[in-house]
Design a protein around this ligand. Structure first.
Ligand code: C5P
Length: 227
């Protein structure tokens, strides 16, 4: 059949991954969470002591990039691929507010981006992929047949992320989650290399007032027109 590439970009916590996963499962496509890859590199840097509150040893991280292996393995029970850092499943470890606090700094490093974009393009080589992130429609797959740009107010997004973190047992306060969302919006949109920006040919969906079902139907409607 006529397999396409679907790029879903947008700000932090817009619910991109939920929709991307659903659409991928529906179509039998591969889902790739590109943010998980930047988070895994961040976790590596934290574990090696290369990044902490007041210091980020960028040079050391660049030196060690060839020691970092990032891969995905499909989990039958969850129905999506989990991310592995040097063969260790880090799917849960990369979702902490601490990793979220550093990831945009790591993602601003061009050498890191170059490495991860190459892996992403390799995975998407055969099409039939739904990838979410910040630069998928602009840099990773500029020729993607379908590009979605998801938006929602910072407060809506922070509430969703807060609920997620509380549900998994993390001890966080809402104000800090909101602060992190706003900080990442700023860093991701203003960095020099591959800033978060809506591709000219992307379709914008503001999901502040849309249910998951409505978002799903909307995206699936767009896909159906293309395949
Ligand atoms: O999607 P998620 O919020 O998990 O991504 C975490 C961070 O990784 C983002 O805030 C951004 O700094 C970075 N990222 C990126 N490019 C991507 C995906 C994520 O710079 N394609």
């Amino acid at each position: 059949s006529n397999k396409i590439t679907i790029a879903i970009d947008g700000h932090s916590s817009t619910g991109k991954s939920t929709i991307a996963k659903q659409i991928a499962n529906k179509l039998g496509y591969v889902y790739v969470d590109s943010g998980a890859m930047y988070r895994a590199v961040t976790l590596y840097a934290m574990k090696q002591g290369l990044i902490n509150e007041d210091d980020f040893n960028i040079e050391a991280l660049i030196d060690q990039l060839n020691k970092i292996d990032i891969s995905f393995k499909f989990n039958e029970n969850l129905g999506f691929a989990e991310v592995y850092l040097n063969d260790e499943n880090v799917e849960k470890a990369i979702r902490t507010l601490e990793v979220s606090g550093f990831v945009s700094k790591v993602a601003a490093v061009s050498e890191v981006r170059k490495k991860l974009v190459a892996i992403q393009q390799q995975i998407g080589n055969d099409k039939g992929v739904v990838m979410d992130g910040r630069d998928i429609g602009t840099v990773v797959f500029p020729d993607a047949e379908l590009k979605i740009f998801m938006t929602a107010s910072a407060e809506t997004r922070a509430e969703r992320r807060y609920k997620e973190l509380i549900d998994r047992g993390d001890d966080v306060i809402y104000e800090n989650v909101l602060k992190n969302v706003q900080e990442r919006d700023y860093l991701d949109s203003t960095r020099k290399d591959s800033p978060l920006i809506k591709a000219d040919d992307a379709i914008e969906i503001d999901n502040s007032n849309l249910s998951l079902q409505e978002q799903h139907d909307k995206v699936l409607g767009l896909v159906t027109k293309m395949i």
